[in-house]
Design a protein around this ligand. Sequence first.
Ligand code: FAD
Ligand code: NAD
Length: 479
Amino acid sequence: MSDNFDVVVIGAGPAGYAAAIRSAQLGLNTACIDKSLGKDGKPAFGGTCLNWGCIPSKALLDASHKYLDAKEHFAEIGITVKSVGIDVPKMIERKDKVVSGMIKGIAGLFKGNGVTGLTGVGRLLANRQVEFTPHEGDRTIVQAEHVILAPGSVPAEIPPTPIDGDRIVDSTGALDFTEVPKRVGVIGAGVIGLELGSVWGRLGSEVVVLEALEEFLPMVDERIARDSLKIFKDQGLDIRLGALVTGTEVNKKGVTVSYTDSEGEQTIVVDKLIVAVGRKPYTEGLFAPDSGIDLDDQGFVIVDDLCATNAANIYAVGDAVRGPMLAHKGTEEGVMVAERIAGFKPMVNYATVPSVVYTHPEIAWVGKTEQEVKASGESYTVGQFPFAASGRAQAANDTQGLVKVIADTQTDRIVGVHVLGPQASEIVAQAVIAMEFDASAEDLGLTMFAHPTLSEAFHEAALSVAGHAIHMVNRKKRS
Ligand code: FAD
Ligand code: NAD
């Protein structure tokens, strides 16, 4: 192995591996160091996203959705199934197989693009030297022209719910239950709480979600949050808002969780408790004291808009820096930094980072919520279209939710798109493209969408901004 690289990346999650691959594509001699070990104990590139995050959670979300569909909804469309069963070990084994295939895929991408993948611990020293301690073998020091830090994040913990990996687990543990627990408690009605609560609820667990805030999904458009709360409750998720967890007691029978709400002290008893109260940046052991990197008071690496730290030629990207903790946000930052190192001038447009909650129906959005636009004092117009009026949603027996388009009244420019519904994650991608190209609601209205598609609901919502929707009666009558 060479001791000198143009670029050394620490961390091979979606932010780090993208930075490394793009750097190598641009002709830079690049190494990427990652210390993660997979479930099989072998080195595993891909970070949280591949190992314990996006991919395994979606494998279980898809499997549990198919199970519930077969069990409860096939009969509605004329398919009778004699018995539908669950084989949890098989479901987990398939999820693990998907994960290990993706991990091998990153190793293959490194090889194919000429990235030197190093498995072990990286530590930034002064003067852009990086200490590399392999899982096996001797420690070495490599010299880098540029260093990109992409160490990611880990689950946040709270004192009342110490993780024991058995009864009380974090998101990683909740991806590996060996059977369907009878009663599941979830602390936090955020993205992870709703996704993993849905997985085990669909498979048959009684799920209680305790959320400290009075408001449900405060970052989501109010209408969408309100409608989705009702839908999730109807699905059987017992979501209790304003519930502050104060303690837990574990015994052979389960976990007693104490919390306070507006009515006073309460308890629930569950078999498994999933703690999903957020994530925190992970920089443990990453820097020598004289490396010149500063952290903010929450532990994030301080960077500017271009992901540069205050040390020359050292950058940080992904979950360990400000902004949403999302895989695609980190990937875009990693690619931007690689291209800047190579002399190009791209930027990340943080105004168009899409967010998705992969429940069913999915929640997806980009841009500002109605409450944000209202608070800013800008004048705006809303167009909405319910999936119940979509031919494709009716045909698919999947009609809950709506698309909501918010446009600036003066310019007609789209400032936010909010979707609750089937394949909302795919529909919002179209909204991101529209906003990237500064589209107006009229531009979208003049665009042809294939029929019958769920995306037509987006088209109709854009048309309804001006009161021109065709497949519903418009509330606003405009010429
Ligand atoms: P990470 O993916 O955390 O990767 C960092 C890597 O760096 C890790 O492998 C770590 O071991 C390694 N590392 C750290 N320090 C060192 C060191 N000193 N030396 C060597 N290696 C080091 N996001 C989405 O966009 N969509 C989703 O659907 C989604 N679902 C999720 C579901 C769950 C259950 C969880 C937990 C997260 C989910 N996320 C999702 C969030 C997403 O996983 C993260 O935003 C993303 O992985 C962050 O990427 P990253 O590259 O910054 O860090
Ligand atoms: P989150 O911030 O989405 O939700 C955490 C919730 O826990 C909040 O609603 C918070 O009010 C609540 N909470 C905090 N302390 C509490 C307490 N003591 N008692 C009760 N409730 C409490 O965090 P998360 O769900 O853990 O997810 C972490 C990160 O992972 C998110 O930032 C998200 O971006 C990322 N993620 C994304 C996806 C996706 O894109 N689909 C999926 C999973 C995770």
